[in-house]
Design a protein around this ligand. Sequence first.
Ligand SMILES: C[S@@+](CC[C@H](N)C(=O)[O-])C[C@H]1O[C@@H](n2cnc3c(N)ncnc32)[C@H](O)[C@@H]1O
Length: 377
Amino acid sequence: MTSSASLRRDLADELAKRGQLTDPAWRSAVEAVPRDAFLDATVFRPNGTQWEPVRRDQLGESEWLRMVYSNTTWVTQVDGASATDASGPLPGRPTSSSTLPSLVLRMVELGDIRDGHRVLEIGTGTGYSTAILCHRLGDKSVYSVEYDEGLAATAAQHLHAAGHSPHLVVGDGLRGHQDGADYDAVIATCAVRTIPPSWLWQLRDGGSITTTISGWMLASGLIRLALNEEGVASGRFAGDTVSYMLARPHERPPRPTFYPHPGTSRRTQMAPELLDDWTGLFVAQLAAPSAELVRTGDGIALVDVATGSQAWTEPDGNGWTVHQDGPLRLWDQVEDALITWQQAGSPDQTTFGMTVTEWDQTVWLGDPSGPHWRLPV
Ligand SMILES: C[S@@+](CC[C@H](N)C(=O)[O-])C[C@H]1O[C@@H](n2cnc3c(N)ncnc32)[C@H](O)[C@@H]1O
């Protein structure tokens, strides 16, 4: 049977070949940390619209280990129900997982986390990424916050069994964790709609925040922000097409089923297919940050959770008609932003950057004086 150690080496080789693991110190962490020790004996895998539990004893040891050490995200909790407790497939949204190893490593490399750094991780999850940090930085320099009490307890057991004792905190990581401040770096393994001010306050000058910025259209952008002496954090998006689940307090609120209102109608200048593009959707989300995207079959609908406003498109023979209703003209907002993006040559996310002060957070196109959009606060 192939051993866990050789599968870890294979995983490190694969990540290195893909250019996602360049630093030998992180390579040694991938080779050392046993991912199988951070997963219970069951994980979820996608099956159509459901999540199907896959059990270690059903799969057999070698196949289980091969699965665990593949560069794949393994979902461990769906809408608060753990894979271990599931008696069959479940519908719903993942609420915890063991992140794609290449993304765990990409985050620490992008964050430029180095020996001697003290790091605050948001989203302990299974504890795998926490163990990767501990291996390089030492347990005393790693603080990790998990929102879900049960997950935090399981991660603590797994970390201790693997010989690690970082500072583990149960609570809302959007408040940071004052005890370890000032941190050299904050790394979030859940996405945020906006940077929590506490992350800035608990960071040393020159420190960094590495996170994905997401929102209610589930568009995502990976970024490293560096904090200057004036207390302003800024950076450019990395351009990776990766995403994390939203931090629980930033999750989309429940909303009624979409039901189209006729509203006022006009022809669109921009095709709704632009929202199929990674950056196009990101631009749309910047322009209408409290709207959700619904795919209607032959078009799209935007539904604003805050005001009930809606906009929906339908094909009209040789183009698209949009219908808008409610206090916000959602499609006007989105269309204006898409035009601005197209006039700039439809660049990818690396042309976008972000500036965060205590009062204001903006994503800009080109440079900070270019077109910009405010993030919700
Ligand atoms: C993708 S998983 C983390 C994966 C983890 N890094 C690993 O390697 O196993 C995201 C985690 O963030 C947690 N989370 C969500 N919102 C949070 C918050 N506000 N504070 C702390 N943890 C949060 C979720 O409960 C979930 O366990």
